[in-house]
Design a protein. Structure first.
Length: 238
C-alpha cells in the first residue's frame, strides 16, 4: 500500500510518501512560514522525489486534529482537494496519536503535549503493547498540572514530547512527581512519516473515509467562537 501523508497540525509542516515497509520520501519545515505558503509546494516536491505518481497512491493520510485551527484547516482542505480530484480515501490520524508514535520504541508512558494556548495543552498518554500504540489517557485539552496528576497514578517513567513540552518544561521539572524525560528535538515535533505509517495501520483496520466526508477534529472550539460566546454571556449578565 502507498500513502501520501500530511501533517500541518503544529508549528512544523510535513509531507511524506510511504509504503508498508518504507518511508520513501519526507519533507519537513519548521521555519514559521505559514502552512498555506509551504504545504502544496512541499507535497509536490515529495511526490516528485518519491517517483510515485499521485495516481498510484492508494490513500491520503492526514493529521486530523487537535492542533492549530488554521493549520488543521489547511491540511484538511489540501487532503480533501487531493482526495476528491484523485478519488482516493482519506485516513484521518489523530495528531496526538501520530506525535506519540514518533517515540514508539520508548518502554514507558508516552505523553505528547501540544501547546493549546490559554494555559492549556492538547494531550493524551500511550503505552506500546505488542507493537501497537495503546491509548491509556484519552485526548483532551487541559492544564499541564491536570495531566501530570493523571500520569502519577501509573507509577511508570514518562516521556514528554511536542511543543508543549518546551512551553511547560519548567513546570514539568518542578511538579512532575514521577520519573520522566524529554524527547530529543529530532523526534519531538510532528512528522508526516509518523502519520503515514499509522495511516497504513488504520486503513487496514477500516478507519478511513471518503474525501467528501472528511473534516478536521478541533477538540476545542475555535478562539473566535469562544470569544463570541464570552461576549454573549457578558451581555446576559447586564
Amino acid at each position: 500500500m502507498k500513502v501520501l501523508a500530511i501533517d500541518s497540525s503544529g508549528m512544523a509542516v510535513s509531507a511524506a510518501v510511504a509504503d508498508d515497509n518504507n518511508v520513501i520520501a519526507e519533507f519537513t519545515v519548521n521555519n514559521r512560514h505559514t502552512h498555506s505558503q509551504t504545504l502544496l509546494p512541499m507535497v509536490d516536491n515529495v511526490v516528485q522525489m518519491s517517483e510515485i505518481p499521485l495516481t498510484d497512491i492508494d490513500a491520503i493520510a492526514v493529521s486530523s486534529g487537535p492542533g492549530s485551527f488554521t493549520g488543521l484547516r489547511i491540511g484538511s482542505a489540501t487532503a480533501k482537494g487531493l482526495g476528491l480530484a484523485l478519488n482516493k480515501p482519506i485516513v484521518p490520524v489523530p495528531s496526538l496519536d501520530a506525535l506519540a508514535y514518533r517515540a514508539a520504541c520508548f518502554n514507558g508512558i508516552i505523553c505528547p503535549l501540544m501547546d493549546a494556548r490559554r494555559n492549556q495543552v492538547y494531550t493524551a498518554a500511550y503505552n506500546m503493547e505488542d507493537g501497537k500504540l495503546v491509548n491509556i489517557i484519552e485526548q483532551k485539552a487541559t492544564g499541564i498540572t491536570d495531566i501530570l496528576y493523571g500520569l502519577r497514578e501509573y507509577g511508570k517513567e514518562v516521556l514528554f514530547l511536542g511543543d508543549g513540552a518546551n512551553v511547560y518544561r519548567d513546570i514539568i521539572i518542578k511538579e512532575a512527581g514521577m520519573e520522566f524525560s524529554f524527547a530529543p528535538a529530532h523526534i519531538s515535533k510532528q512528522s508526516a512519516a509518523s502519520v503515514a505509517m499509522l495511516g497504513i495501520i488504520y486503513y487496514s483496520e477500516g478507519r478511513y473515509e471518503s474525501a467528501a466526508e472528511h473534516k478536521p477534529f478541533y477538540l476545542r472550539k475555535p478562539q473566535a467562537e469562544r470569544e463570541r460566546e464570552e461576549r454573549m454571556q457578558g451581555k446576559g449578565k447586564l
